[in-house]
Design a protein around this ligand. Structure first.
Ligand code: ADP
Ligand code: MG
Length: 360
């Protein structure tokens, strides 16, 4: 098959330091290329480079059978991650990973709790803070509270310094935090306890949940709050990184493991539906589970937790890549896409005059 690797080099994880950015992009692409080569797929690379017109032309010229979507932002904005996928749908090009709707739902760290509430699944109490007018809502929360940027991922903006034991302390720090993350913050009740990740992949036999992984917190100092901060996630030299090693499979009773996997499959079926995802959870001392984060299209680079989990479940990286290609192609067979005619998108020879007409 002709497989296109779609990414946006200048913007992918633009918030990270350059060294980290390069490694992140590079590792993803190399690993996927190796898996594609193993199955003798023809590989083409589509680097968006913030040029949407050119992307459309390249897709129409190269005509890939399926696109492996690794694009996380366009024009430096994570909001446009879903637009790229929406464009692929309108061009009727099969693609791997999450749909535009799932990416949109999970973009804002507050949104997923609306779905979870409806499903009667627990997540920590939280309020959004966009300015002084929201401070009074902090009174609804049980402290300590962790304050996170509303629209980031990869632990960007997450630090122990953003965990506050009282509303007073939180309010004193909001000005500083809103100065950096002006689009808004999420103040969320801090859940002390174990942290788990559950990786899920859509297959033709339903959603497959892989062995659950646990973050083993082993800080040498006796710190009050144990989290995966930005340092812990991205800086292998740091104490934080070395003290937050994942263990997979996690040590869990059969019933707890089933409880975690069942809840995560339920979440996938309602909120994600397509591709693959990772759900992050915490469990308090009474074994209550709380959903912290739902991540469609999580990190699938070789040292990512998702890859560790798929291997613990008996899959190779190549098995995974083949599965997501197949699922992407299957998804495009949905009758809804029949209405999108391949002739509905016209470009002039220069590709500059784009006209999209609905063919219904
Ligand atoms: N409510 C919470 N209670 C305890 N720890 C939390 C909470 N929210 C986040 N954390 C810690 O911060 C990390 C990153 O938070 P998360 O919401 O997953 O952000 P991101 O989308 O950047 O990964 C989590 O893996 C966890 O260690
Ligand atoms: Mg997370």
């Amino acid at each position: 098959m002709k497989v296109a690797l779609l990414y946006n080099d200048p913007d992918l994880k633009a918030d990270l330091e350059p060294g980290i950015t390069d490694r992140y992009i590079h590792n993803h692409i190399i690993a996927i290329e190796e898996s594609l080569k193993e199955k003798n797929h023809e590989i083409i690379k589509l680097d968006v480079k913030n040029d949407v017109q050119r992307l459309i032309c390249d897709i129409q010229t190269d005509k890939p059978d399926v696109v492996v979507n690794l694009c996380e932002s366009v024009f430096g904005r994570a909001e446009f991650e879903m637009n790229v996928v929406a464009l692929l749908e309108l061009l009727k090009v099969p693609y791997t990973g999450a749909s535009p709707i799932a990416l949109g739902i999970c973009l804002n760290k507050y949104n997923h709790r609306l779905f979870l509430k409806d499903m009667k699944i627990k997540c920590p109490g939280a309020v959004t803070v966009k300015g002084v007018q929201d401070f009074k809502s902090l009174g609804k929360l049980k402290f300590p509270v962790i304050v996170k940027p509303l629209y980031e991922d990869g632990s960007a903006g997450i630090s122990e310094r953003n965990i506050f034991s009282s509303p007073q302390e939180a309010m004193e720090n909001f000005e500083r935090l809103l100065g950096v993350f002006s689009e808004g913050l999420l103040a969320e009740e801090y859940i002390d306890g174990r942290e788990f990740n559950c990786f899920l992949v859509k297959t033709k036999n339903g959603v497959k949940s892989f062995p659950v992984s646990e973050i083993k917190f082993s800080f040498p100092d006796k710190r009050k709050y144990k989290i995966i901060s930005y340092e812990a996630k991205w800086n292998p030299e740091s104490i934080e990184y070395k003290s937050t090693m994942p263990v997979c499979p996690a040590e869990l009773s059969k019933s707890l493991l089933k409880k975690i996997q069942d809840v995560c499959v339920k979440i996938f079926n309602v909120m994600v539906k397509k591709g693959y995802a990772r759900v992050d959870l915490r469990m308090d001392e009474r074994n209550n589970l709380y959903i912290i984060d739902v991540n469609p299209n999580p990190d699938i680079s070789p040292d990512a937790g998702a890859v560790r989990q798929m291997k613990a479940g008996g899959w190779t990286h190549t098995d995974f890549v083949e599965q997501i290609l197949e699922e992407g192609i299957e998804y495009m067979k949905n009758p809804i896409f029949k209405q999108v005619s391949a002739d509905s998108v016209h470009t002039s020879e220069s590709g500059k005059d784009l006209k999209v007409t609905a063919a219904v």
